[in-house]
Ligand binder design. Structure first.
Ligand code: SER
Length: 316
């Protein structure tokens, strides 16, 4: 059997940081190459500085390490993307095409390019959006994700490249900080609840969005990538649903642990982005094809976040 050598882009990002650790557990420390624009603050394992929009640089890292699988986590997220639409399109699209081209030219065995709930816009139903609902995104991030999904399916159909993808909801974890997303409030709120017992939320209190706990997001990724190729019926990106809640519902749950926690709402430009997204999506194909099932709900997620963050040295 071929020994897998993994490359991750965006390894210092919110998901990348945790996925790198998980992949090192699966494939071995010496078989996972973390890459990012910036050097990591963790010294363990192999790291290469890489701008994923630079195809020559990506190619040389792939060749140097004999890479067989690529996980492309580098991206400019929804909120940050709106500040510079053409610049973020350039980064998100060129990096995605570079990954697909690297996959084709170097005959990689598998490629993971995550997508997002941001592919849907206000034309989609508010709840239970079907896998095949026509995506009409309203952010440049969402537009790039839809294009990336279709490019992935194109490389699969035309070149046989084993491209796999998930439409991630907002990801919540204690291990890393998010940056530039519309769902970031759901992580920030925990940090502020512990450090200041109050939080000013940039979304309005009833804005219900799909979310997922980091452990589930990582498990979904590993499970999708481990599934036999003949179980993968979706080559654009699978809808992935875990739980849905509003800022008010999350705040109420946090108050079960921190009774004097208070929240106020000052919606900014991110409110409009959130309003364009559905409150939940239908992930029955992921459940059917590779047995997806989330483990965390609102109560267990809140309890786990508070436990881990309270033990973290930053709050000691
Ligand atoms: N969490 C992302 C964002 O808010 C959605 O994929 O941009």
């Amino acid at each position: 059997m071929q020994r897998e050598k993994i490359l991750i882009t965006g390894a210092n990002g919110q998901i990348g940081k945790v996925l790198t650790v998980a992949l090192r557990e699966v494939f071995g420390l010496e078989n996972v190459v973390a890459t990012d624009l910036r050097s990591p603050n963790i010294s363990q394992g192999i790291f290469e500085q890489l701008d994923a929009t630079d195809f020559e640089a990506m190619s040389s890292v792939v060749v140097k390490h004999g890479i067989t699988q690529l996980y492309h986590l580098a991206a400019v997220l929804s909120a940050r993307g709106e500040a510079d639409p053409t610049g973020s399109w350039h980064i998100n699209m060129n990096s995605t095409l570079n990954v697909l081209e690297a996959g084709r030219i170097f005959k990689l065995s598998k490629v993971f390019i995550p997508s997002s709930i941001a592919v849907f816009g206000s034309s989609a139903p508010k709840e239970g959006v079907h896998q095949c609902f026509y995506p009409e995104p309203e952010t440049v991030y969402g537009i790039a994700k839809v294009a990336g999904e279709n490019w992935g399916a194109y490389y699969f159909n035309k070149y046989g490249l084993d491209v796999r993808s998930l439409r991630f909801p907002g990801v919540i974890g204690y291990q890393s900080a998010p940056g530039g997303g519309t769902t970031d409030y759901a992580v920030e709120i925990f940090h502020k609840a512990i450090s200041e017992k109050s939080y000013t939320c940039f979304l309005e209190k009833h804005t219900r969005l799909p979310m997922i706990y980091m452990d589930d997001a990582i498990r979904a990724t590993l499970r999708l990538m481990e599934a036999p190729a003949d179980r993968i019926s979706i080559r654009t990106a699978y809808n992935l649903q875990a739980l849905s809640f509003s800022p008010e519902q999350l705040a109420t749950e946090i108050q079960q642990h921190i009774p004097d926690f208070s929240i106020e709402y000052k919606p900014d430009f991110r409110q409009k982005i959130a309003e364009g997204w559905p409150g939940s999506i239908d992930d029955s194909l992921a459940r059917h094809d590779w047995n997806w099932k989330p483990a965390y709900g609102l109560q267990s997620l809140t309890k786990d976040m508070i436990k881990h963050l309270s033990e973290s040295p930053q709050f000691a």
